[in-house]
Design a protein around this ligand. Structure first.
Ligand SMILES: [Zn+2]
Ligand SMILES: [Zn+2]
Length: 335
């Protein structure tokens, strides 16, 4: 109990530490290793308490609380593991960070995950992935034992981590485990940490996730691939459907350029993802090749157009192919 109140008084702890180290001068002169080590123990304890005492409210908080308080004080900032060691007063802070992430849903990314996410981004869009507050260079320089808090608590995360735990055990390829997990969470943003966990830490998790979009036509969106409204560091399977084979294999840079040109809205009805509402069948934007890609239609900007899923289905149902037929269809919708 005595220790708890000391945590309210950093200055007192600082002075105690100096006294202990001054006394240690005598020990150092004696040639007795055992006594030297034992006499240093109180100093180690006081130093640990001094670190904890720096965090407001530390006298009544747990190590985990102090880690969270500290991270929330400096969100979107790369924090070294050693800092968390100082404020928590424990050496096993990594376990507490994991609890905050998995049981409490705080989006705390480790250096490994953040760097792996970044490495899969095109150079042009890297700066969007972690939002305007974090430079890509800062992420790239993150150490294995660095952490960064990328947003607010997500109370659904604990449930998702349970799902992730079962999907992780499935006897599937990395890509199929990731896809299974995204489909389990259709329409909900999930974090890179979750995908990395489902991939059992396989370093290619980021690439496999991107390929689901760029190769196989699953609408797996991120901030930097056409959903700038998404929380930083998250992925979302917008709908449980694959795009038409002719609309696959569009590079992310092209995708973003088309979406930006079309103001992130369906060129037929004007719908955009911010207008999403229950009961409206429009749930995502897709890119459509005017001249079909499988029939040698190109990935040039003027052969691509942004449509909502409803009007994309429409155009395929009516089998509108080719520039002229497409222009007529578009004009008929706008009149
Ligand atoms: Zn539409
Ligand atoms: Zn299409």
């Amino acid at each position: 109990m005595a220790r708890k109140t000391r945590l309210d008084n950093p200055e007192l702890l600082r002075r105690q530490l100096i006294d202990l180290l001054t006394d240690f001068e005598q020990r150092l002169k004696q040639d007795n290793l055992r006594e030297q080590v034992k006499s240093l123990i109180p100093a180690v304890h006081v130093l640990r308490d001094l670190g904890s005492s720096l965090v407001p409210g530390s006298s009544t908080s747990s190590a985990r609380d102090r880690i969270l308080t500290y991270l929330r004080r400096f969100p979107f900032t790369v924090i070294a593991g050693d800092e968390l060691g100082v404020v928590s007063g424990i050496s096993e802070y990594a376990r507490r960070v994991r609890e905050l992430r998995v049981q409490f849903g705080w989006p705390i990314y480790s250096g490994i995950t953040a760097r792996e996410m970044l490495s899969e981004e095109d150079k042009e869009s890297r700066h969007d992935l972690f939002g305007p507050q974090v430079h890509a260079e800062a992420i790239q320089a993150m150490d294995v034992d660095d952490y960064i808090l990328l947003g607010e608590q997500d109370r659904d995360a604990a449930h998702r981590w349970n799902v992730a735990n079962s999907v992780r055990k499935l006897d599937l390829s990395v890509r199929d485990r990731i896809l299974t997990y995204l489909r389990e969470n259709e329409g909900k943003p999930v974090t890179g940490e979750e995908l990395r966990y489902v991939a059992k830490g396989a370093t290619e998790w980021g690439r496999r996730t991107r390929e689901l979009r760029t190769e196989e036509g699953w609408p797996v969106a991120t901030r930097s691939s056409g959903r700038p409204d998404l929380p930083v560091g998250t992925y979302i399977l917008e709908a449980d459907r694959q795009s038409q084979p002719h609309d696959r294999k569009i590079p992310d840079v092209v995708r973003v350029a088309v979406l930006e040109r079309d103001d992130f809205s369906c060129q037929f009805c004007g719908w955009n993802p911010r207008q999403q509402s229950a009961g409206d069948p429009r749930s995502l934007l897709e890119l459509h090749h005017v001249e079909h890609h499988v029939e040698k239609g190109s990935n040039e900007l003027d052969n691509l157009v942004t449509l909502c899923n409803v009007h994309h289905d429409d155009i395929h149902r009516n089998d509108v192919k080719g520039r002229a037929a497409y222009d007529t269809w578009l004009a008929s919708g706008k009149s």
